[in-house]
Design a protein around this ligand. Structure first.
Ligand code: AKG
Ligand code: FE2
Length: 274
């Protein structure tokens, strides 16, 4: 892989108006990601956190293992209490969240991805929430290097265009581990996607990596073709908690899932290696 031409400045961020500006678009094109500050209010962030708590209680009470074939990852906190490490299809379990994601602000985001893109509430893994907590019983404290669109290969297709749009539900600076990505790798060849790194197994620091630091309420967009990982927090317990919500923006034929959907190979594989 070639080195990116320029490295984005540390902490680079923007504010999103009714439309993406040429400057913001140029940043996104060049580096493959962008961060918009203060996209949601703290009240909205709190609403989502509360909904997540409610959904977790529901799923734990009914011993739910899957949603539409996608395994829910559970962990145990310091008090032995079960919690959800990774939610899938979250917006199907909350009318409030679904309503928020239908507001005009998200239409702006959709148009940034492309006029023919849609938010896949019922496709792929739907709206995913990661809840990283660094405690011994947690099954999700970090995430190895990967390229999101390689998942298509596990689903039996060539990598498709896809944007991963993230909402931060906690402040996430490097003391939380944070998202690390390699700017410019959205332009890599298919060979780079396949063989650049060992997907999900490799957690090594890369000299090219850029640490995306963000506050609760921020919105980020990253190209599904670029290399990224989530580091492990050097902190433990509640201080290490990092919640992010990812929305898949996709185009092409609609492929909705329901409870009859099979578990993709990728998830059976990833269950073993984390
Ligand atoms: O938590 C994050 O910021 C990234 C998560 C991620 O890369 C993924 O779920 O594919
Ligand atoms: Fe990812």
């Amino acid at each position: 892989m070639k080195l990116p031409l320029t490295h984005p400045p540390a902490g680079a961020s923007f504010e999103l108006g009714e439309e993406i500006t040429p400057e913001q678009r140029a940043f996104l094109d060049e580096h493959g990601f962008v961060r918009f500050r203060g996209f949601l209010s703290m009240d909205e962030v709190q609403m989502i956190r509360d909904e997540l708590e409610r959904i977790a209680e529901e799923w734990i009470a009914e011993d739910r293992e899957f949603v539409n074939g996608i395994p829910i990852k559970y962990g145990e906190d310091e008090n032995g209490k079960k919690f959800v490490n990774r939610y899938a299809f979250t917006s199907l379990f909350s009318e409030k969240l679904h309503a928020l994601l239908s507001e005009p602000r998200f239409e702006t985001v959709r148009r940034i991805c492309g006029d023919d893109f849609r938010l896949g509430h019922e496709e792929k893994d739907g709206v995913v929430v990661n809840n990283y907590l660094n405690v011994p019983g947690s099954n999700y404290t970090k995430l190895g290097w990967h390229v999101d669109s390689l998942r298509d290969v596990f689903y039996g297709k060539l990598p498709q265009p896809m944007w991963n749009v993230g909402i931060y539900l906690d402040d996430s600076y490097r003391d939380k581990g944070a998202l690390r990505l390699i700017p410019g790798t959205h332009k890599q060849s298919l060979m780079g996607v396949f063989f650049g790194k060992r997907h999900f197994m490799d957690h090594e620091t890369d000299p090219r990596e850029y640490i995306v630091e963000a506050d609760a309420g921020d919105l980020t967009l990253h190209d599904g073709r670029m290399w990224h990982r989530v580091g492990q927090s050097p902190l433990t317990g509640e201080a290490s908690r990092r919640r992010t919500m990812y929305m898949p923006f996709i185009n092409g034929p609609v492929e909705k899932k329901d409870e009859a959907a099979k578990t993709p190979f990728y998830h059976r594989f990833s269950r073993k290696i984390r």
